[in-house]
Design a protein around this ligand. Structure first.
Ligand code: EPU
Length: 344
């Protein structure tokens, strides 16, 4: 198995943070994962393409970067079944599907990251969450030293949530994701921007429109280091929402099935006066306030400080605590933005 020591993670995270790990493992097969499990490493972080991770200290923990590749496709009369290695790039998979006339993933085009990371935070955009197409997930459990299948229901998907971020955190890695895509395509065109498409539309048309919409709002991490949405959209009680709505009738809001209401974190940040705010090398993007950017040589700590400042300002104005979508990784493993903030 490929292993590196004292390895800079700068090229492996989309915030371009120069954190150093004492050791990084690149297991590329189940056998190599078994080999790794024999080492009984206690403190580690599993890294995909680093597009949802903030290394908030100079030193990172031991890193495991699973490198299992491959796409296999089967079908029956009604469905395509895809089994995809965790290290495949997500957008490449979306393009592969559209080229092979396997429709469904087009709304999720251009989301940065790996296939293995997609179920962890149940990636979503333009009215679709990936869970819709996930049949099951193969998981290598380090303690049991074997692969376990998690059915769709067992994955406990929620808004940017799954069992892989909760109970299963730090106990194994996703090796493959198994998708089930209906052959009868049902386009999702409800989201603002996609409803401009004039029928008849193909999945390829939808994909191109999603790419265009994302490129118009979101900075390309290759040009301006960022990790997409930094905070989750907060879900608040109906009572808090109606109080706020009286003050801010124009506030974007999305009623949830359980009566709660999801608000737009980008809007809350903008209304707190922080859109385009910059301090040193870090800032709030000027077109989408939900995205924090590293203009040049910011440290992870600089970004964590800005995030904490945003949390404070939004809390003061709206009495809402924004939780991060991005995962904060310190020398000793995962921490929260609030924990980091209280140490500043
Ligand atoms: N808004 C503002 N100011 C801003 C940003 C947004 O007023 O600076 C308003 C918009 O005008 C709109 C509402 O907030 O009324 C929602 O904005 P948008 O449609 O851009 O989506 P979002 O809720 O900010 C979510 C996802 C994105 C995904 C888009 C499109 C989260 C945390 N983010 O953003 O996901 O691309 O919807 O579906 O749920 C990501 O996870 O990295 C990501 C980019």
């Amino acid at each position: 198995m490929k292993i590196q020591h004292q390895f800079s993670l700068q090229a492996l995270n989309s915030f371009n943070i120069n954190a150093v790990t004492p050791k990084i493992f690149f297991p590329a097969s189940i056998n190599e994962l078994v080999e790794l499990s024999h080492l009984h490493i206690e403190q580690y972080y599993v890294l995909g393409e680093g597009s949802n991770t903030l290394f908030c200290q100079q030193t990172a923990p031991v890193i495991i970067k699973p490198s299992i590749k491959g796409i296999s496709v089967e079908q029956d009369e009604d469905y395509f079944y895809l089994s995809v290695g965790c290290a495949e790039n997500w957008h490449d998979l979306v393009e592969y599907c559209i080229e092979h006339e396997i429709d469904g993933l087009e709304n999720l085009a251009l989301i940065p990251g790996s296939v293995g990371a997609a179920p962890v935070q149940n990636i979503g955009a333009y009215g679709v969450e990936v869970e819709r197409f996930i049949d099951c997930v193969s998981w290598f459990d380090f303690a049991k030293q074997e692969v376990i299948e998690f059915s769709h229901n067992e994955c406990q998907f929620g808004y940017r949530e799954s069992i892989f971020k909760q109970q299963l955190k730090s106990s194994g890695v996703i090796t493959h994701v198994h998708f089930k895509l209906p052959k009868v395509w049902q386009p999702v065109l409800s989201y603002q921007g996609l409803n401009e498409l004039v029928p008849p539309v193909s999945a390829s048309d939808v994909m191109l429109k999603v790419i265009q919409l994302r490129q118009s709002k979101l900075p390309d991490p290759k040009e301006l280091a960022n990790a997409g949405s930094f905070f989750k959209n907060p879900v608040v009680s109906a009572t808090l929402f109606s109080d706020l709505q009286q003050q801010y009738p124009e506030m974007p809001h999305y009623p949830q099935k359980n009566g709660q209401v999801k608000l737009a974190a980008g809007w809350l940040i903008e209304k707190s006066g922080l859109k385009g705010y910059r301090i040193g090398d870090v800032g709030v993007h000027e077109k989408q306030a939900l995205v924090l950017v590293n203009y040049h040589k910011a440290s992870g700590q600089n970004i964590a400080e800005l995030a904490h400042y945003i949390q404070k300002r939004v809390k003061q104005k709206f009495n809402i605590l924004l939780n991060t979508e991005v995962r904060f990784i310190g020398e000793q493993g995962e921490v929260t933005c609030t924990e980091i903030g209280s140490q500043l």
